[in-house]
Each structure stands twice: as structure tokens, then as C-alpha cells.
Design a protein. Structure first.
Lengths: 185, 185
């Protein structure tokens, strides 16, 4: 029924973030995103449920949760979480500029900021669930998951800075060391 | 203009949680809460902005943030956060039954659950800000704040269980030890 569009998803995402930056998220329509990408609205809806899903597509979330679930059984909870942060970093490092643009869009919109907080809470729950699936007890599972999200957020905050050139995995390792130091007081 | 009502706030809160439990949060009106408490709607609005604010009155939040801000300068970030968790625990231990009822209301309502996640995110930000005010650098401030909220949540989860009889401060200390263990792998 429709022709295959090479990298339609990537073109739609690129167009969406351009428009969110230029006009604001609330003022941008799906029709405008499709037009900017040179695609149809129907193609947009084949890739995303709505314009908010372009911002929260959940790819990093999936990588984090799957890596914890699939980590070797010999790994402790925090080792599995650390491996997951490294895997997520590989995804992020490939799209540093796009991710900076994305964060600027979220920072400009209180509704998106609330949504981002909810997404982080859901991520912590899903990571805890994945750890439970590895046989970790409920409290340590939640603590390791929350520690992982705390390290992710602090590392992300540094990584997104335009003066920061270390890769995500490196920043994660340094931040995890800092967390250990902070907790030991 | 109006007579002073002894413990109006407490009576309204008690009535609200009874009704939220009996009828559901969405189905309860402010008029019903006031009637159950034997007070007027006007009195309700002198104490709460709306029926959701009865659930999220922010008293524990205030105690946590103020205790961090006012902790002796000699305390490290995690010591100030631990002191705050102890102070919040004193408030919680006084209202264990009411808090159990409150959590059951939140658990039954997805909108309130989202609001609770946002409140925890705001708490983490406010604790980090209070630590920044003590001269703690941004990353350790966020890590100590996030660790504090993680410990609070895990301790709260245990404390709210009807078979749990330890006080909140005791559970916090045990949970903090567990977090240190989890992070050291």
C-alpha cells in the first residue's frame, strides 16, 4: 500500500526535534513533522503513537532493562546494573547531538518534564523487576535499581554538557565511584 | 467570622481518608468530606487547596528538607540526609495507621500514583538543593539526595507492612547499610 521509506523513523525524529526547538513542543503538529520529513502523516503514525512518543521512544529504557535481565548469572545486582548503564551509553554516544536537542525540548516544557520524571520512576520499577527475575530479594533489587537510575541521571547530566567529551561509560564508572564515596560519608 | 474548630485539619484528613477508602478518591467530593468531619466546605478550603492536597500535604517533605538545611555544618551530605530521614520517621511513627490508609488510597488510583512519583522526584530535587546550600558540589548533592529518597522509599515500603513493628528510624539505618552493601557489589 505504501512505498518503503528509507530511515523514515530517523527522519521523523530529526524533523520533530527541529520543530520542537523552533516552535515549541505544544505548537508543533504531526502534520508539520511529516511535512518537514518529506513523509506522510500515515507514515508518522506507523512509527510513533503521537508527537510525545518521539520524545519518549523508550529505546534506552529497553536496552537498560534487557541488559539487566540477560546479564550473566554470576554478576551481582550492581554489576548487572553497571553493565546495563554501559550498554545504554553505547546507544547514547551514537546520538549525542540529537539527545542534547531532545533535553532542550524537555527543559522548555513542564508537561514533558513531569513525563520524564514518571519515565524515570517506571525505569526504576522495571529494573527492580528485572533484578527480581535474577533472584535478587525485593529490597536489594529496589536499592540497586534506584542507585542505577541515580547514577544514570547524574552521569547523563554531565554527558549532555557541551564541554564534556568523555564517553558515557567512562562517566558512569566515575559517578558510581562517587556514589560509593558519598554513601560511605 | 467563624468559630475556631479544634483540630479541624486532623478531622478533615481523617474523614477524607475514610471516604477515599469507602467510595474511591475520584468519587469523593469536598462537600462529603466536610460533612463527614462535621465542618463546612469553607473550613475545608481554609486547610487544603483541594481533595488531592489532603493526600499530598507535604509535611514529611518539609521535615526532610528543613532538617537537611539546618543540620550541623560538621555533618557530611549523607549524615545530613540520614538525620532528615530520622526526623521524618518521628512524624511517620506518630501516624502509622493513617499512613497505611493513605497508601491504600494511592495504590487504588493510577492518577495518585503518578502524582506520588512526581512528588518523590521533587523531593529529590529539593534535598539536592538543600545540600547545595550547605556547600556540597552538584553531583554529590544529587547522588546523596537520590540515595536518601531510595532509602526512604525502601524503608517506607517495609514500615508500612502490617507485620513490621520496628520504628522508621531503625528501618532506615538497616536499609542504609543494605544500600552500602548493594553498591559495594
Amino acid at each position: 500500500m505504501s512505498r518503503w521509506q528509507p530511515n523514515a523513523r530517523g527522519r521523523l525524529r530529526q524533523a520533530a526535534f527541529e520543530l520542537y526547538g523552533e516552535r515549541g513542543f505544544d505548537q508543533t503538529t504531526v502534520a508539520q513533522i511529516a511535512e518537514r520529513a518529506g513523509l506522510t502523516e500515515r507514515t508518522f503514525y506507523r512509527h510513533f503513537t503521537d508527537k510525545r512518543e518521539v520524545v519518549f521512544s523508550g529505546e534506552v529504557h529497553r536496552v537498560l532493562v534487557e541488559t539487566v535481565a540477560d546479564a550473566p548469572a554470576s554478576m551481582t545486582a550492581i554489576e548487572a546494573v553497571t553493565a546495563a548503564l554501559g550498554a545504554a551509553g553505547a546507544v547514547l554516544d551514537e546520538r549525542r547531538e540529537l539527545t542534547r536537542r531532545r533535553q532542550a525540548v524537555i527543559a522548555a516544557n513542564p508537561g514533558l518534564q513531569e513525563r520524564e520524571q514518571i519515565k524515570y520512576a517506571t525505569l526504576a520499577d522495571d529494573l527492580a523487576e528485572a533484578l527480581r527475575g535474577r533472584g535478587v530479594e525485593p529490597t536489594p533489587a529496589h536499592l540497586a535499581a534506584d542507585a542505577g537510575v541515580a547514577v544514570f541521571r547524574a552521569a547523563f547530566e554531565r554527558w549532555i554538557d557541551e564541554h564534556e567529551h568523555r564517553d558515557f561509560g567512562r562517566i558512569v564508572r566515575d559517578t558510581l565511584d562517587e556514589l560509593a564515596e558519598v554513601i560511605s560519608g
